[in-house]
Write a protein that binds this ligand. Sequence first.
Ligand SMILES: C[S@@+](CC[C@H](N)C(=O)[O-])C[C@H]1O[C@@H](n2cnc3c(N)ncnc32)[C@H](O)[C@@H]1O
Length: 352
Amino acid sequence: MTTTPVSTSSIEAKKKLFDMVLAFVKSQCIYTAARLGIFNLLQDEGEQSLESIAEKTNTKPERLYFVLRALAHLDVLKQKPGRVFASTELSDLLVTNKGPSMGHFAMHIIEPAQWDAWKVLEDALHTGEVPFERANGKGVYQFCQDNEWSGDVFINAMSFLTNHAVDALMDVYDFSRFETVMDVGGGQGGLIARIVKRFGCKGILFEVPYVAETAAAYLQQQGVDKDAVQIITGDVFVEIPKGADAIVMKYFISAWNDEDAMKILHNCKQALPPHGKIILLQAFVPDLDEPKVAPDGVMPGVFAVQVNVAVPGGGWRTRQHFQELFEKSGFVLEKVVDTQTNLSAMEFGRKS
Ligand SMILES: C[S@@+](CC[C@H](N)C(=O)[O-])C[C@H]1O[C@@H](n2cnc3c(N)ncnc32)[C@H](O)[C@@H]1O
């Protein structure tokens, strides 16, 4: 009997595709274990038998086992003889009861409302709708405001992303030349807290009221002097307050399409003095000849689809696209700085 040899390249290609097609299983196992509090449990109480974890999470051991075993095969947990599971370096990053973590990020982007958006992606590609809005009848920000758990997880997910990137940014970008820096859409204030503490300038946090509600406590927790950061609530489409000589916007403009982004940039221009700067902090989608993977493993071109499914924006743009958008809005590019994460900075001054 003769067998046709399978070409190595075909095996490699299939390996790649198996991994991609089954990627959602990994996401779902992480999400489910995070929701059940299993990563917290193993870190707080140490290794446990399957039965003990099942009892404490009110789950059926024979079904839970599949999820825990898969997580162990992915090194997220460690499985020991006797169906005992223990935490690992990866599961410790997913713990959600000790401040913002990657666990919040996982729960935010994998939560059912987000998942529902992916189910209607194909239809939405035909109609041009925002999948999240089609699936949930409202935008992400409104959804998070209306659903306490989702809102809390979202805020913590954003704070995690800030903490993840901020040190690498500050190592290469000097904010000390500014008197007052305003973070527009700055979440709980993690970035502005770090800027004022490290560079000694004053700060303004501009946010929508429901997110700003918890910001004062968060800033205090970060050791920020009470008068170092002013919290102002409002809507970027109505007015952005004056008083800062630099505006930072991190993962903010990317939530809006070009038309809305230009409205925001117009309001930024009104708020800034003539020598004022905007520092755009973003992951930039690479051009054809640029590396596809950022130093922290994020693929901006892939992540951009998630953003595009969730919010009405153009998703993450290339540097060139951002530059054109800012130039049309009366700004001129003065500097580009890359960091050791997916976050880069583009600094713009006002056109005279
Ligand atoms: C994608 S998050 C980014 C948060 C933060 N800059 C970060 O990088 O972690 C966008 C933020 O913009 C805020 N936001 C949304 N719409 C806004 C509006 N119309 N005016 C002011 N802030 C807004 C949201 O509440 C949210 O905190």
